[in-house]
Design a protein around this ligand. Sequence first.
Ligand code: UDP
Ligand code: MN
Length: 271
Amino acid sequence: VTATLRPPTTTLDDVFISVKTTKHYHKSRLPIILTTWFQLAKEQTWFFTDTDDAEFQKKTHGHMINTNCSSSHNRKALCCKMSVEFDTFIDTNKKWFCHFDDDNYVNVPRLVHFLGDYSPREDWYLGKPSIQAPLEIIGKDKQKVKFWFATGGAGFCLSRALALKMMPVASGGKFISTGEKIRLPDDVTMGYIIEHLLRKPLTVVDQFHSHLEPMKFIRRELLSDQISFSYSRNKDEWNVVKIEGFDVKYDPNRFLSLHCFLFPYFKFCPR
Ligand code: UDP
Ligand code: MN
């Protein structure tokens, strides 16, 4: 009886996974993704970049999309990429749009299982904020506008129902003009559109992780429950998942070791 109350089961093919990247990061960040989690979602994952790159076009089996957005790290360029990610998702018939950065590790089966608890026909904005209180900005007429946003660097997902409602302010390049209006980064613009303009709340999902959090505190027993991970480096200080496995010289960001911990049957994993 209770089974009938569950929304229809989600499969990997229901999910559109977009990864934001840039030409300067292809060689340094994409290979580790391609050898690890991309292998579990080759058909569903697309890379949004700012140049043509024959080498990686081949390595991703044609899954690199040149957004023709500028390759500089400014608001307009980043909102431009998000705008193309959004439009590309709308043009598919997928039920879920999940965005990640190119320094994320995505636990693909966990992501799919997690989305199964939600209906894509309802409005869902699933992700994790990186601040302790809602962002407050001063809008036109000097009124205060408060809203939450999911950090892009942790990854977030939108249901199709919500994405369709966002179209008047987010599709066909309108994501860029909305971003220009509030002059804030792409992930903040996403929160502004969803929480402020559409009045749909962010659902906080603790299993998404950006490198704004210390990765070493994620307990080993809980690693397989997490949806995303990240890494960063500040001089000689690495913020990485704490996991045994390959030598740090060979696997500095720990993604290979994490992958073998989660999926020990992979070819390159020791046994
Ligand atoms: N990025 C981009 N264009 C740039 C710089 C970065 O599209 O000029 C992307 C990058 O590929 C990554 C995300 O933006 O997916 C965040 O970049 P990064 O990790 O370097 O910076 P962070 O904001 O995390 O410090
Ligand atoms: Mn980053």
